[in-house]
Ligand binder design. Sequence first.
Ligand code: GUN
Length: 285
Amino acid sequence: MTTVMYGTELANKMRSDLKDEVEALSRKNIQPGLAVIIVGDDYASKTYVRIKRNAAEKIGIYSKVVEFPEDLKEETLLDKINEFNEDENIHGILVQLPLPPQIDERKVLETIKPEKDVDGFHPINVGRLSNNQPGFIPCTPLGIEKMLGYYGVEVAGKHAVIVGRSNIVGKPIGQILLNNDATVTYCHSKTKNLKEMTKQADLLIVAVGQANTITDDMIKEGAVIVDVGNTYLESGKVVGDVAFDEVKEKASFITPVPKGVGPMTITMLLYNTVLSAKVRNSADK
Ligand code: GUN
């Protein structure tokens, strides 16, 4: 029997709990605030930002979206971030990636105050995760950790194989799983014989953005499969990185696309924003 792990189920439950927390904060005259900055006209980025804003407002988080043109000067962006860094009503700052080539992404991410870095991309938060210390954890990997916990998937002692080494998903999910006592292997575009690696996985996380990267001959019977892919086909259909129908037959647990990891990513952004407001509130006391 294969269990399909729907992120929608846990996301709905967590958003309802977060709404209660926001209400409790509002009784103390605190409203969590999220600033989202988007540069350029990329359709997918604009869609994500709209979804993030709607989700935030639905649970009572104040949200402020700033849209800049594609030819923006780096300095203008850094000034805006500094303004939000000093704004008492803003607890989380998110700069939607990717950024246009004239802007240095590292510099931008390092300008966001670590205590408002709800994406968990600032080197201080990256270092904290690496050291297994409290800090902001990037939203997609944090969502995966919560989903595995919700579905009762044991991580300790498992061989986790990660396909993809991005700063947003691959690297941090490896750190999280290592912190939870998994044995972790990273695979990427230069890995020789990917199939030899993926077949060893008790837990396989795939985050490369390429449909059908993982087929049923590449997995072990009973493996747990998490698919982070999100590719729009010309037909308008969204698919993941895993050939779901065939892989599902061999897996013990598997996430679908859509309705898998995606809804958890946005929920974790709300979670980190509420967490930031709570931490600030207790620091002010
Ligand atoms: N672009 C794609 N995913 C993300 C994300 O999680 N955060 C930000 N800021 N940009 C992204």
